[in-house]
Design a protein around this ligand. Structure first.
Ligand code: MN
Length: 450
């Protein structure tokens, strides 16, 4: 059975991983199908610590959900024959199952060759010649029917595919050749099935449920080829399109974990103490221990429910999470800047905003110029018109903003603060989503850049 991936954004944070794991548990206990919690990128050390601490398996890292050859295969292994299958047996198998191509495998299911109905027809025609030997044909036929597959099969000039090849690449190869079916083998040459042009038309896409994001730029690669089944989010509505109507739950609350926990509670689905702890972690980190202006009464109410189930105190637990995550002093500039980075695209314009939380702004002041250099290089490399690093101190209730890129001056202008070595301190600004992203969009619109 093909899994349905429950997946968060790139540069995974606690909220998106907690939501993915919890929503997977919810779907698995309420609906049919195989669900898999996935991460759209490597887990940061803080997340690894949290998952280990609460004894959760790390979600599988899936960095591309584009359609692969393997997605086109049927779940069941199709029919095959062995080298000593005779032509008469083969004929029966082909007729009974309406097959036009049959693979020949060894006893370890490794692929050896192919026999097509065309090959078989040709063998008969060759044997019968021009019809002059018509008197001898029963004899010829008898010899023929006892022939073994190993003598007939085609082993050369075949086109084989591997399951992780991209479908668009496979399509090119198929169009350049004239076969009806193409065997798929793994890297040990084990036969996995057959694909045809017909499969390309069907296009079995990967099925995914997005949590904690809905913008293409933040989503896992290959998203445009996947089939989105549901979205649960608490961000602005972005640019993803779907072919069919989907369940799209978007609500302006402090965290996606709040929404996922609410779904459990409303539907009275069992939640373990550890799962409650994980969801509470999502809420406490995204709402910055309820200090972020994105915090709503619903976040607090759901957190209370999770306290009962987990036995944790949300404030104490939130502070513990923060002390675990404040390890930026051990990270390189590159790691600090890309740890929690989000990209935004509108038309041809792309910008990025990164956020770190710290209790020690002074330590950051020392690193400002080297961080700025790293960011400028990143703007260059990734064609960002601008890039912000929000260094947020929830205990001082504000954010030191470091801005790089061609349009950095505009950000400083937008926030009407003094330019200080590439940095500005924004009192009361804690939320990227609510207090920074809209300001930058507004500014780019005024500049006619989007
Ligand atoms: Mn979130």
């Amino acid at each position: 059975m093909k899994p349905i991936y429950v997946i968060g954004h790139k540069h995974p944070d606690i909220d998106c991983i907690a939501s993915a794991i919890a929503y997977k548990v919810y779907k698995q206990s309420t609906e049919k199908g195989l669900y898999l919690a996935a991460a759209a990128g490597e887990l940061n050390p803080e997340l690894k610590w949290l998952l280990d601490f609460l004894s959760f398996e790390h979600p599988q890292v899936v960095d591309d959900v584009g359609t692969k050859v393997g997605d086109l295969l049927d779940d069941e292994l199709p029919l095959y024959i062995s080298t000593d299958t005779t032509l008469v047996e083969l004929g029966n198998i082909m007729r009974k199952n309406e097959l036009k191509t049959v693979p020949v495998l060894d006893e370890k299911q490794r692929f050896l060759g192919l026999i097509t109905i065309g090959d078989v027809a040709m063998i008969y025609m060759d044997a019968l010649g021009s019809g002059r030997d018509i008197d001898r044909s029963p004899e010829i036929l008898k010899n023929l029917l006892d022939q073994k597959a190993s003598n007939i099969m085609k082993t050369r000039d075949l086109i084989l595919f591997e399951p992780d090849e991209r479908v668009d690449e496979a399509r090119k190869n198929m169009l350049a050749s004239r076969f009806r079916n193409y065997p798929v083998v793994d890297d040990e040459n084990r036969y996995l099935g057959m694909i045809s042009r017909y499969n390309l038309l069907q296009m079995k896409r990967k099925q995914i449920i997005l949590v904690d994001h809905n913008e293409k730029k933040q989503a896992v690669d290959g998203i445009e080829e996947a089939e989105i089944l549901e979205i649960i989010d608490h961000h602005r509505v972005g640019d993803l399109q779907t072919l069919y109507p989907i369940y799209f739950h978007n609500e302006p609350v402090g965290s996606t974990s709040t929404l996922v926990a609410e779904i459990f509670l409303l539907n009275q689905v069992y939640m373990s103490a550890n799962l409650a702890s994980l969801l509470l972690s999502g809420i406490m980190s995204d709402t910055m221990i309820f200090k972020s202006p994105t915090t709503t009464s619903k976040d607090k109410r759901i957190a209370q429910e999770l306290e009962h189930i987990s036995g944790l105190d949300s404030l104490t637990w939130g502070k513990k999470l923060y002390s675990e995550s404040n390890r930026v002093d051990k990270q390189s500039d590159e790691e600090v800047v890309s740890g929690d980075l989000k990209e935004y695209v509108s038309g041809d314009t792309t910008f990025a905003i990164s956020q770190v939380e710290t209790v020690d702004l002074a330590a950051f002041a020392e690193r400002r110029s080297s961080l700025l250099q790293t960011m400028e290089a990143m703007c260059e490399r990734k064609s960002y018109v601008l890039m912000c690093l929000m260094v947020t101190n929830i205990f001082e209730d504000g954010t030191e903003m470091i801005v790089a890129g061609k349009k950095s001056a505009l950000v400083e202008l937008a926030f009407k603060h003094e330019h200080l070595n590439g940095g500005i301190f924004l009192q009361g600004v804690l939320s990227r989503k609510k207090q920074v992203v809209p300001v930058i969009y507004q500014m780019l619109r005024q500049e006619n850049m989007i």
